[in-house]
Design a protein around this ligand. Structure first.
Ligand code: UD1
Length: 421
């Protein structure tokens, strides 16, 4: 299994190109199931999760081709032969459940392995299923699989989600795009990745409005064209580099990122004491002196994103005073805390709140990556720590960060991958 050796102490300096967003690319790739034509997706990030998504599409009989030079994925939608997302793939990536809406809409049937729990919480799919039921699907769960059927096809409906779930919003919008009649979906997620999915669906001829607001309206169409879309940049990757810049007392420009995706976290970086410079398609974070403690709560967009919580917590270990971070999206998303404490951080947990006492000088140790964003937080911690940090179980990292070592190396960071015997 691969591990990372991170040698700390050098401030990060320079510019880094931000890749396409993983969380936009996954639903967009699944949306290609909706069309019998060929789809082209540009600016796709080169990640393990993208590879898994291709495997899921291939298992359905679709033909996918990733061209490395231009980060383009072609999907041939004409060859759908199966309606099953198998256990071995869903197990490694629970976003595979996003085949449900598109498959039910296109074929009236779907079989998807139940995703099960994961490191950051229970993450059930009940909102997905009850929303799809409103469109006329029915489900049974047997042998660890969800079987969905829509005997008479899907029909538009008014649906209100109990919570603005990102995945449930994606599943239901994709299904409604091919349903008969109109749908109004209330209390939907407003995340930028939803906006990107809707833009992609529009290139297929879908009739959707309201993305980025709590109500999305969809007028179903009988058929969709192939997609032609470029994936929006990854705000979580950008935030990881910006936190790394301030933590190592450096200056980093994230290129190709739209600052409107990141208003809340950038405000927090400014409150912490970073100098943030925004242009139309770049954001620079510069360390200009002592960092301050802050208090924030993770919330659905436009609130503070849970996917940036671990990286900001790591940054706050170098801020003066006690910061509090309240996690409201996932009940078990503080698994990085004991690992950060191994590096010398002083973080305690009370219920869904973490208290970070700072500043603390971090020093290298052997740590274990527990989930995707937690892994990234350990890398930036290692870059700020004295000595060498060894990070084990980095397969999490490869699910969501493209060429992380190379990108940090361009900024002067020393991150080396080794194979653990
Ligand atoms: C997506 C993102 C993930 C991010 C999360 C929240 C992708 C591939 N993943 O995950 O990186 O951290 O949004 O911004 O885009 N819930 C239910 N029942 C459901 C669905 C969700 O109880 O049917 C709960 C979850 O357990 C969680 C909360 O709702 O507590 C939010 O989950 P959701 O927004 O659905 O997250 P994902 O789509 O899984």
């Amino acid at each position: 299994m691969d591990l990372l050796k991170v040698t700390g102490g050098t401030p990060l300096h320079g510019s880094v190109q931000i890749s396409g967003a993983k969380n936009a690319a996954l639903p967009i790739l699944f949306a290609t199931i909706l069309s019998k034509k060929k789809s082209i997706i540009r600016n796709a990030p080169l990640l393990a999760d993208i590879n898994t998504t291709q495997k899921v599409l291939d298992a359905l009989g679709l033909k996918t081709l990733f061209t490395l030079e231009n980060h383009q994925i072609e999907v041939d939608g004409s060859t759908l032969t199966s309606i099953e997302a198998p256990y071995d793939l869903v197990r490694t990536m629970r976003a595979s459940v996003l085949v449900l809406g598109p498959l039910l809409a296109r074929t009236g049937e779907a079989k998807v392995s139940l995703p099960g729990g994961c490191a950051i919480g229970a993450r059930p799919v009940d909102f997905h299923l009850s929303a799809l039921e409103k469109l006329g699907a029915s489900f049974k769960i047997e042998g660890g699989y969800i079987y969905g059927i829509a005997k008479n096809g899907l029909k538009g409906a008014i649906i209100s989600l109990p919570f603005p779930s990102v995945g449930a919003t994606e599943n239901i919008v994709m299904a409604a795009a091919l349903a008969e009649g109109s749908s109004e979906i209330q209390n939907v997620a407003c995340e930028p990745e939803i906006v990107d999915l809707v833009r992609a669906l529009r290139t297929m001829g879908a009739k959707i409005s309201g993305e980025g607001t709590p109500i999305i309206k969809v007028t179903g169409v009988p058929e969709l064209q192939g997609m032609n879309h470029s994936i929006a940049p990854d705000r979580v990757e950008a935030a990881t580099f910006l936190c790394g810049a301030l933590l190592t007392k450096g200056k980093v420009t994230a290129l190709g990122i739209d600052q409107s995706y990141m208003k809340y976290p950038l405000d927090v970086l400014e409150r912490i004491g970073g100098k943030i410079t925004r242009t139309e398609n770049s954001i620079t974070a510069e360390y200009v002196g002592e960092l301050n403690s802050v208090h924030f709560t993770t919330e659905p967009f436009p609130g503070f994103p849970t996917d940036m919580q671990a990286q900001f917590m790591t940054l706050l270990t170098s801020a003066k005073g006690t910061s509090t971070i309240t996690e409201t999206i996932f009940e078990n998303r503080f698994m990085h805390v004991p690992e950060l404490n191994r590096l010398g951080a002083k973080i305690s947990i009370k219920g869904n709140q973490a208290l970070v006492d700072g500043p603390t000088a971090l020093s290298g140790a052997i740590v274990m990556a527990t989930d995707l964003r937690a892994s990234a937080s350990l890398v930036i911690a290692g870059l700020a720590a004295k000595g060498e940090t060894t990070i084990r179980r980095i397969y999490h990292l490869d699910r969501g960060y493209e060429q992380l070592e190379q990108k940090f190396a361009l900024l002067g960071g020393n991150v080396v991958r080794e194979f653990e015997k």
